[in-house]
Design a protein around this ligand. Structure first.
Ligand code: AMP
Length: 391
């Protein structure tokens, strides 16, 4: 990829795609700001070069129209605290006023544009919209690894109009993840959890060709278990994906590598006060639901992790937001942290679990991109990265 340091940026207006899609509470306070902090090296480098720094991001899913709930204004305020400098906020991400504001920026000054996804053209990778964004600057930098798997106007379209390069965070992510894709040390074990198979089916399929073992937990395991004939009662199952799951289970690679739960924490309701029982996957009581992996499964997963030299993990292994069903996720988080393997964790929930174990510093690479890191690790070429390499 073309790097920041490859271009002469002195004094230029630089448009930076960042991933400031951070949680904001009802009082407009930013919660976990890791993604913002991770983009500071790029922002500060540009400020030192005397650039006029124009930042753009999406926030949530406003579905193509203005919605105050998804305004980036609170994020601009928070950025001000992180930088210790005033941040100019543009209430629109395109248009004459925004253009005027960028031209009035002083050297080293930072501006944040309003949410890109207030326009449907952003996600449609609309050429004209991308051109309007490009009019705000002389150079484009992509530092938003978390959205690099999406071909949007701000990640792909805009590169047709401006000299483009990768920011420091983007470089760091690709360097660390490439270590896994290029020459992973074996045994290589992947742990995939989360709610749905449909979100991660193709990633699982691709990963099967690369890993030695692929451990599946969380809601998505239920669909596989249903495909094997277990009666999942009221558990989350994607009924329209059971057939697909069955086909995957018949693949020789899956037979050799997929590891599914053998027992589950079943509950009589979706609540922290529910009655619970650890049961084999085939013995969920009538009308109960599986909300976590069971004790035998935790031991089985740990056994596979014990000698691993490379581990990737994405997605919780149960409804870890509720204490009663967080045990599996927390035990596996601790096992990954204790491992000597080169470990990569992506996805907000898995990162939160590692944070709860106070073990962030024991992980080789914490990725700011959940979906993006999984797709990259499974061997896909990310559109937002491809345009920065010219390939
Ligand atoms: P994802 O966004 O696909 O990574 O899914 C994360 C969500 O999956 C979390 O909110 C978990 O509560 C949920 N989840 C994990 N295991 C289960 C389960 N067994 N049943 C229902 N939801 C689950």
């Amino acid at each position: 990829m073309t790097a920041l340091t490859d271009l002469d940026l002195k004094g230029k207006r630089v448009l930076v795609r960042v991933d400031f899609n951070v949680p904001i509470d009802d009082n407009c306070h930013v919660g976990d700001d890791t993604r913002m902090r991770e983009s500071l090296p790029t922002i500060n480098y540009l400020r030192k070069q005397g650039c006029k720094v124009v930042l753009m991001s999406h926030l949530g899913r406003p579905k193509g129209s203005y919605n105050a709930k998804y305004s980036l204004a609170p994020v601009a305020k928070h950025l001000q605290t992180l930088l210790g400098e005033d941040v100019v906020f543009s209430p629109d991400c395109i248009g004459r006023e925004a253009e005027q504001m960028t031209s009035e920026l002083k050297a080293g000054q930072v501006m944040l544009l309003e949410n890109l996804r207030f326009y449907p053209m952003e996600e449609n990778n609309d050429k004209e919209f991308a051109h309007k964004l490009a009019r705000l600057a002389d150079v484009y930098v992509n530092d938003a690894f978390g959205t690099a798997h999406r071909a949007h106007a701000s990640t792909v379209g805009v590169t047709a109009f401006l000299p483009s390069c990768a920011g420091f965070l983007m470089e760091k992510e690709i360097a660390n993840l490439s270590r896994v894709t290029n020459a992973p040390e074996h045994p290589f074990v992947a742990i995939i959890g989360g709610a749905k198979v449909s979100d991660k089916y193709s990633v699982i399929e691709n990963l099967l060709g690369k890993v030695d073992k692929l451990l599946i937990g969380g809601g998505m395991a239920n669909t596989f278990l249903a495909a094997m004939g277990d009666i999942m009662q009221k558990s989350l199952v994607e009924h329209d994906k059971v057939e697909l799951a069955r086909k995957m289970l018949e693949m020789p690679l899956a037979k050799e590598k997929l590891v599914l739960p053998v027992d589950l924490v079943a509950a009589d309701g979706f609540s922290n006060d529910a009655k619970v029982r650890v049961v084999p996957t085939y013995a969920i009581p009538d009308d109960w639901m599986a909300l976590d992996i069971g004790t035998e499964t935790i031991e089985l997963f740990k056994e596979h992790l014990k000698d691993a030299k490379t581990i990737i993990w994405n997605g919780p292994l149960g409804v870890f937001e509720m204490d009663k069903f967080s045990h599996g996720t927390m035990e596996i988080a601790q096992a990954v942290a204790d491992s000597e393997a080169f470990s990569v964790i992506g996805g907000g929930d898995s990162l939160a679990a590692i944070g709860r174990c106070n073990a962030k510093n024991k992980i080789s690479h914490l990725s700011t991109g959940g979906g993006a890191s999984l797709e990259f690790l499974s061997g896909k070429i990310l559109p937002g990265v491809a345009v920065l390499t010219g390939k």
